[in-house]
Design a protein around this ligand. Structure first.
Ligand code: GP9
Ligand code: MN
Length: 420
């Protein structure tokens, strides 16, 4: 536990924000419904394929007065995929550089959102129509403080209502409603969708739009399954309204990670109308949608600040009026003005307000041009430091500290109930 004082000092000086954001407490006492949207990337939002809108419902949320849409929000996952995104969200810690922290450190001491909300009188649950032990979720959910996990045995799954990885998203949400309605309030409930998962299988009758036409079947099939997920979320919103839960809840919708890997760059370039996918484009394709929907609130807008999954925990807790002052976390409240100003991807790449760094090349975030070129004005002078270097130092420090916490199970030595 020797590194703890140093880590705490770093977090207090570089991450923590003392002022309350304008949305602090806006959702105090409300239910929280968190939807983890499988494999969706931001490029499908407000976009079309074969002249047809891909995500009409999510697009309507972008324009909605009660919704904040974050257009420069990045996933920060590595090999643990969905589970890494869950880990980021619940803890505001980084997943590991190799392997999946859900598997390798499922029994650690954490200070996750469910545990914190449980102490505040919330009922906490996770819904996912898959085997409980898959990705070691049963153990990790316990460590995170979830009271209940509705796994595959909570659902009626048959040939007609399943495809690919299992229960389709529409019956998944539909069958979840009875459990949701019966829960004690307020609750924090997480829903993990599944249909929009590689290899993006969908039956004819569930397809509302035509597939794309390129050399990649993966990208071609992606669009109709994304549309199916969009429709399933719309249906869920309607069911929440019918049940009366809607008005006392806030709803967060977040993409878990990319769906189209670089193996499909040629098809992706064709779809985006680009000559090729550059390293800069590749980083920009790591953006996933984030929606924060607050029924009854007016003043929602499109947020352009760079942000990432690491920021969800402080944002959500602050909206609920819960302080994170004494917590150890690496993200910022998305509604605060004074933010860190950069997002670290797990491979060490990062995005700041001005720059994007990937494989140690620093790009201008707006133009996509490498920055060092226009800086070599006077070659007789000492070589100028890249403007990415000071950020890189912080990124490496942060990722290292987060790893130290996980590898050393350092939260065993922290009493988070102190100074509350
Ligand atoms: C598995 C589901 C998908 O239960 O969460 O996982 P992924 O392959 O995306 O990590
Ligand atoms: Mn996933």
């Amino acid at each position: 536990g020797n590194e703890l004082p140093e880590i705490k000092k770093y977090v207090n000086e570089n991450v923590q924000i003392s002022e309350k954001s304008p949305l602090y407490g806006v959702a105090e006492g409300k239910n929280v419904i968190f939807i983890s949207a499988e494999s969706i990337q931001s490029f499908v939002i407000n976009n079309d394929v074969n002249g047809q809108e891909i995500t009409p419902f999510l697009n309507s949320l972008v324009k909605d007065d009660s919704t904040f849409y974050f257009e420069n929000f990045y996933h920060q996952t590595q090999q643990g995929k969905t589970s890494d995104s869950e880990f980021l969200v619940e803890n505001s810690l980084y997943p590991l550089p190799r392997g999946a922290v859900f598997f390798t450190h499922g029994q650690n001491e954490y200070h996750g959102i469910p545990e914190i909300l449980d102490e505040k009188g919330y009922y906490t649950s996770a819904f996912h129509a898959n085997n409980k032990s898959f990705w070691n979720r049963d153990q990790m959910y316990n460590s995170l403080g979830y009271e209940h996990f509705y796994g595959v045995e909570a659902y009626e799954v048959n040939k007609e209502n399943s495809i690919g990885w299992g229960l389709k998203d529409k019956p998944f949400f539909e069958q979840s409603m009875k459990y949701l309605k019966a829960q004690d309030k307020p609750f924090y409930s997480k829903f993990i969708t599944l249909t929009n998962h590689f290899p993006y299988e969908l039956s004819e009758e569930d397809s509302s739009i035509e597939e794309y036409n390129s050399n990649s079947n993966t990208l071609n099939n992606f669009f109709p399954t994304v549309r199916y997920m969009d429709e399933s979320i719309e249906q869920f919103f309607n069911q929440l309204k019918e049940s009366g839960l809607y008005k006392d809840s806030i709803i967060v919708i977040m993409g878990d990670h990319y769906g189209i890997s670089e193996n499909h760059d040629k098809a992706m370039a064709q779809y985006l109308g680009k000559e090729k996918i550059t390293p800069y484009d590749h980083v920009q394709l790591q953006r996933v949608p984030l929606f924060i929907h607050i029924p009854g609130y007016e003043g929602g807008k499109v947020m352009s600040k760079v942000s990432g999954q690491i920021d969800i925990k402080p944002t959500l807790l602050h909206m609920l009026g819960i302080s994170t002052k004494n917590d150890i976390l690496f993200g910022n409240d998305l509604f605060s003005e004074k933010r860190k100003g950069y997002v670290a991807l797990r491979n060490g790449d990062f995005i700041s307000d001005k720059y994007i760094s990937t494989s140690d090349i620093c790009y201008n975030r707006n133009t996509g041009e490498p920055v060092n070129q226009d800086q070599e004005i006077d070659k007789t002078e000492e070589k100028q430091e890249s403007p990415c270097t000071p950020i890189k130092e912080k990124v490496e420090k942060e990722l290292g500290y987060s790893d130290d916490i996980i590898y050393g199970d350092l939260f065993r030595f922290v009493d988070f109930s102190k100074n509350k």
